[in-house]
Design a protein around this ligand. Structure first.
Ligand SMILES: Nc1ncnc2c1ncn2[C@@H]1O[C@H](COP(=O)(O)OP(=O)(O)OP(=O)(O)O)[C@@H](O)[C@H]1O
Ligand SMILES: [Mg+2]
Length: 310
């Protein structure tokens, strides 16, 4: 089932088109990463989906239903903004209780919900602390708890890991995985691709309001990764191996690296890579190790976005 679908979703601010004919399809139960540089339109997209901004053009469907007003969206969506609100003279439990009231949750249920949420985001001990005394990471988790007050099926989280230290990031990731395990559909935005790499099922890369790629993570890798860096080590006669490789189709630069290793840029898919190894072996080169250096996601990101800009 499709949790979020947009059709030609567009938002203009005067002359600027912040979101440009976005066609998003996000399956239910997916952890989806919306990635793009500053100003790409991530926040605007999330605010449109949350019903906080009116589209200039296009349609939004949540759980198959065309969204026609903000109230309809707010029932199924929990939104965590990138900046913390200003309800700082409240205690942590009051803060959540306040929002539970906004959703007309009866008093008897509210206390239970607040306690459960505090346990989920690991803030039980801070129940009676003032919000302003919380650290950044704790505030971020409180914000997440706020987005969960009405138990929405869809969560939109704008840069949930920004400003967090490495440990807090790991904790945030675990929390998101936990929420996914509960069956929720989660969209997280980030401008740091690697931050999302291990945790997302699918990613969309957005730049200048346009969705450049939207696919399962592995597919994104594959789409961009025809250009690879191979690294190998041969038993002897490295010079000859290098010469053989230089004459092989698809091979770009070849150089000796890390002492006894050879590195080469190669444009080719898995089959072509396998054929190259067969060729070297057939030519009598004793290959000790042969592999691909990990192109990290940051590389992939840069490559995709540069392709559009230039
Ligand atoms: N209310 C607004 N009025 C005018 N322009 C706006 C408004 N909100 C956003 N924009 C513009 O729309 C573009 C996209 O902004 P948006 O905040 O969606 O980017 P972003 O991808 O979230 O960036 P960041 O990584 O910096 O958070 C920017 O050029 C921004 O200046
Ligand atoms: Mg933003």
């Amino acid at each position: 089932m499709i949790a979020i679908r947009t059709h030609g979703l567009t938002k203009r601010f005067g002359k600027l088109t912040a979101v440009d004919h976005l066609d998003l399809v996000i399956e239910q139960g997916t952890l989806y990463g919306l990635i793009g540089p500053n100003g790409a339109g991530k926040t605007t997209t999330l605010r449109l989906l949350a019903g906080l901004l009116e589209p200039s053009e296009g349609e939004i469907y949540l759980d198959g239903q065309r969204v026609r007003d903000a109230q309809q969206a707010s029932r199924v969506i929990g939104y965590m903004p990138d900046f913390f609100g200003v309800y700082e003279d409240m205690m942590v439990w009051e803060y959540l209780d306040f929002f539970a009231r906004c959703y007309h949750i009866p008093a008897a249920q509210r206390q239970q919900i607040v306690d459960e949420l505090l346990a989920l985001v690991d803030l039980t001990e801070k129940r009676d602390a003032y919000v302003q005394t919380l650290s950044r990471g704790m505030r971020q988790r409180l914000c997440l708890a706020h987005a969960l007050v009405h138990d929405p099926q869809i969560l939109l989280l704008d840069e949930p890991a920004s400003g967090l230290d490495p440990r807090a990031r790991v904790e945030m990731r675990e929390l998101l995985r936990e929420l996914r395990a509960m069956g929720k559909t989660i969209v997280v935005s980030s401008h740091i691709l690697s931050e999302l790499a291990e945790m997302c099922d699918a990613v969309g890369i957005i730049e200048q309001g346009r969705l450049l790629v939207s696919a399962p993570l592995q597919e994104v890798y594959r789409q961009v990764k025809q250009d690879r860096t191979l690294r190998l080590r041969v038993l002897s006669d490295q010079e000859r191996a290098i010469a053989l490789m230089r004459n092989y189709p698809g091979i770009g630069e070849v150089y000796a690296a890390n002492g006894d290793h050879i590195e080469a840029n190669f444009v080719g898919d898995d089959a072509a890579t396998a054929a190259l190894l067969t060729h070297l072996t057939a030519q009598g080169v004793a290959v000790v190790s042969f592999g691909e250096t990990a192109n990290d996601l940051e590389d992939v990101f840069l490559r995709i976005t540069q392709g559009i800009v230039s």
